[in-house]
Design a protein around this ligand. Structure first.
Ligand code: AP5
Ligand code: MG
Length: 193
């Protein structure tokens, strides 16, 4: 199965992808984690990305698309993968379509994790990552509304968007995600039979 997790900062994309990864046994591809690793290693991409990440803006599409292309080439994704934090712009979504079409790997479902902003701020302040500082959190939300919300429409129009309530405990949210995934799997079985 190929799944995209999309949602505002702190929605639980990483937390839930970790759980679903274990459940489906397919790789978890988090562009945020890949970028943080590149920053730690001081690679040219990392040095370019760091400034954007510290400001709560997006790293240029070209850098991200090449990073994902490389990750897909590294292998392990033939039977599926979980994308976390990617795509984040309509251009990235179109580029992902092309990357998957080249590999004949269809996308199954896009899971939007919906959580109210006060809850999100509480979660992020409690975590304390480098970009979890109040001014940067506010900018990350602005970036999400402006550039990433249009990606929801892109997938809604295609009929593969599932919106899941991301409030409650991680176990409660995961149970809702499993239901959504099962729904999609049953739908695929019905259309194949
Ligand atoms: P990224 O790393 O993707 O960060 P983000 O989207 O801001 O999201 P977070 O990782 O903060 O939140 P999450 O939804 O994963 O929630 P989590 O599970 O951690 O991106 C960082 C930066 O990299 C971007 O700002 C951008 O600059 C750059 N970037 C990345 N991808 C890019 C792309 N495709 N294009 C361009 N630039 C890109 O949970 C958050 C906290 O809440 C944790 O402490 C967790 O334990 C807790 N929590 C989770 N679920 C629950 C729950 N149900 N109840 C209580 N607490 C919970
Ligand atoms: Mg994350």
């Amino acid at each position: 199965m190929r799944v995209i997790f999309i949602g505002p900062p702190g929605a639980g994309k990483g937390t839930q992808a970790q759980r679903l990864w274990k459940h489906l046994a397919v790789p978890h591809i988090s562009t945020g984690d890949l970028l943080r690793e590149a920053v730690r290693k001081r690679t040219p991409e990392g040095l370019q990305a760091e400034r954007h990440m510290n400001q709560g803006s997006l790293v240029p599409d070209s850098v991200i698309i090449e990073m994902v292309n490389q990750r897909l080439d590294d292998g392990g994704c033939d039977s599926g993968c979980l994308f976390d934090g990617f795509p984040r712009t309509v251009d990235q979504a179109q580029a992902l379509d092309a990357l998957l079409a080249e590999r004949r790997q269809p996308l199954d479902v896009v899971i939007e994790l919906a959580v109210d902003e006060d809850t999100l701020v509480g979660r992020l302040i409690g975590r304390g990552r480098d970009d979890d500082e109040p001014a940067v959190i506010r900018q990350r939300f602005r970036t999400y509304h402006q550039l990433t919300e249009p990606v929801l429409d892109y997938y809604r129009r295609r009929g593969i968007l599932e919106t899941v309530d991301g409030a409650g405990t991680p176990d409660e949210v995961f149970a809702r995600i499993q239901e959504a995934v099962e729904r999609i799997q049953n739908k695929a079985r019905c259309s194949n039979s």
